[in-house]
Design a binder for this molecule. Structure first.
Ligand SMILES: [Cu+2]
Length: 68
């Protein structure tokens, strides 16, 4: 298991946090997701054999936010 810290711009409320959390949770290889509105970031535990940080950032972008 690896952990990725993804910076997320554009989240304004807990609804945004839920959107990002469920999008990441729905991604294959993702084991745990912790999204912080205050820190504007997501901590994601994932299986590196299945997914990678670039793919996780793409999921965040598809949910409508800017990932870095
Ligand atoms: Cu929101």
């Amino acid at each position: 298991m690896e952990q990725a810290l993804i910076g997320i711009a554009g989240m304004t409320c807990q609804g945004c946090v839920r959107s990002v959390t469920s999008a990441l949770n729905a991604t294959a290889g993702v084991e745990a997701v912790e999204v912080s509105l205050e820190r504007a970031q997501a901590k994601v535990s994932f299986d590196p054999a299945v997914t990678n940080p670039a793919a996780l950032r793409a999921v965040v972008e598809e949910a409508g936010f800017d990932a870095s």
